[in-house]
Design a protein around this ligand. Structure first.
Ligand code: FAD
Length: 383
């Protein structure tokens, strides 16, 4: 693996950071308090190309490589994970599976809109009673002539209340993962309703919602892939999504490191800067090493994707390690800031609240360990 960045990748990091400092970092505390990102930032992110990073140019994207994608997600994670999620779900979880599993008509219709941020997409897998056990989801899709009729409920869906498109996973067949299919459902379709979930610990600027589907009729052409392929599509999408979450966590750790190095250099106690105390350096050293380790795991998964090699277990390792390391880093960062770290005047408490959910969504840390354990032992602990 080549650790060096190309000139394009380095330049991209520079543009992305400058843009995000002005358009996101300057507002993130206010958005966090208001529990809503100003959605005016969405078209600006679109203009900068964030929504189309790895979508090919023929469908309106930048056609970038996966390392560039990781750099974009790192910078978004450093700036505000609420914003990273908006981009990553729309382009990564939905846009990329339309690219890999969609018909030409579906790609032509949705990808240029997603790649520019004109349409936000959401990923509707989790339900009130099925989270980790997503293969047993209960939302149903019944074929009726040239249409499908969807009924059910979804929970914790990122972008739900802002999205124009929802990738809905619903049961068309018998029990278990093989009975699940995927549908591209415009959110304006009659019977599609959302309700925002408020009061989250972190990612407060992001619209997380419940979705209620009551006799939602879509044409048969809304089916993504074949009937019964939905669960495979969902897992394929989450494998790549985990690389994005991991990269976002690297950004959180980077942000924590910058914050503590700056603060420990200027804050004086006992007549000396905090940075001169060995116990403070101990925490800073751990944050630094874990930032590097997390980044290498993420970049390795990205490299495997780039080379067309199996990457699922590498993605689980990257997501598991990076998310847990981000929580550790943000927790240590608060410790280094002392009482000031507990106030929202400084970013470290937000980093901790945002990092915490990374160990839960797109497969909890326990689920990642079961996937890694299955790969090592050949025995599945799921069934
Ligand atoms: P459960 O599955 O009930 O798990 C509870 C606990 O039990 C966890 O600790 C888990 O690790 C453990 N557990 C479960 N099964 C096992 C097992 N076999 N062995 C050991 N331990 C186990 N979902 C979407 O579809 N789309 C989204 O856009 C989306 N965005 C989200 C945004 C936020 C802010 C949040 C909080 C969640 C989001 N989710 C989304 C849902 C998320 O993916 C789920 O919350 C997650 O998969 C866990 O499911 P659960 O909450 O039902 O927990």
């Amino acid at each position: 693996m080549d650790f060096a960045l190309t000139d394009e990748q380095r330049n991209f990091r520079g543009y992305a950071r400058d843009f995000l400092e002005k358009e996101v970092v300057a507002h993130r505390a206010a958005w966090d308090r208001a529990e809503a990102v100003d959605t005016a930032v969405v078209p600006k992110l679109g203009e900068m190309g964030f929504f189309g990073l790895t979508i090919p140019e023929e469908y309106g994207g930048l056609g970038g490589d996966y390392r560039t994608y990781c750099i974009g997600m790192e910078e978004l994670g450093r700036a505000d994970s609420a914003v990273r999620g908006i981009v990553s779900v729309s382009m990564g979880l939905v846009g990329k599976v339309i690219l890999s599993h969609g018909t030409e008509e579906q790609k032509q219709h949705w990808l240029p809109r997603i790649a520019t941020g004109e349409v936000l997409a959401c990923f509707g897998l989790t339900e009130p009673d099925t989270g980790s056990d997503a293969g047993n989801l209960r939302t149903r899709a019944r074929r009726d002539g040239g249409e499908y009729v969807l009924n059910g409920q979804k929970m914790f869906i990122t972008n739900a209340t802002w999205a124009g498109l929802c990738l809905v996973f619903a049961r068309t067949g018998g029990p278990g993962p093989k009975g699940v299919s995927a549908f591209l459902v415009p959110t304006g379709t009659p019977g599609f309703h959302t309700r925002e979930v408020k009061g989250k610990l972190g990612l407060r600027g992001q619209a997380t919602g419940e979705i209620f589907l009551t006799d939602v009729r879509v044409p048969a052409s809304a089916l993504l892939g074949a009937e019964g392929e939905g669960f495979t599509i969902a897992m394929h999408s989450l494998d790549k999504g985990r690389v994005s979450v991991g990269a976002g966590c690297v950004g959180i750790i980077e942000g924590c490191l910058e914050a503590v190095v700056g603060y420990a250099g200027q804050r004086q106690q006992f007549g000396r800067p905090l940075a001169s105390f060995q116990l403070i350096q101990d925490m800073i050293a751990d944050i630094s090493v874990e930032r590097d380790a997390a980044r290498l795991l993420v970049w390795r998964a990205a490299e495997l994707i780039e080379r067309g090699l199996p990457f699922g277990v590498a993605a689980s390792k990257a997501k598991y390690f990076a998310s847990e390391a981000a929580v550790r880093a943000a927790n240590s960062a608060i410790q280094i800031f002392g009482g000031y770290g507990y106030l929202d005047e400084y970013p470290v408490q937000k980093y901790l609240r945002d990092a915490r959910v990374m160990t839960l969504y797109e497969g909890t840390s326990q689920i990642q360990k079961l996937l890694i354990g299955r790969a090592e032992t050949g025995v599945s602990a799921f069934l």
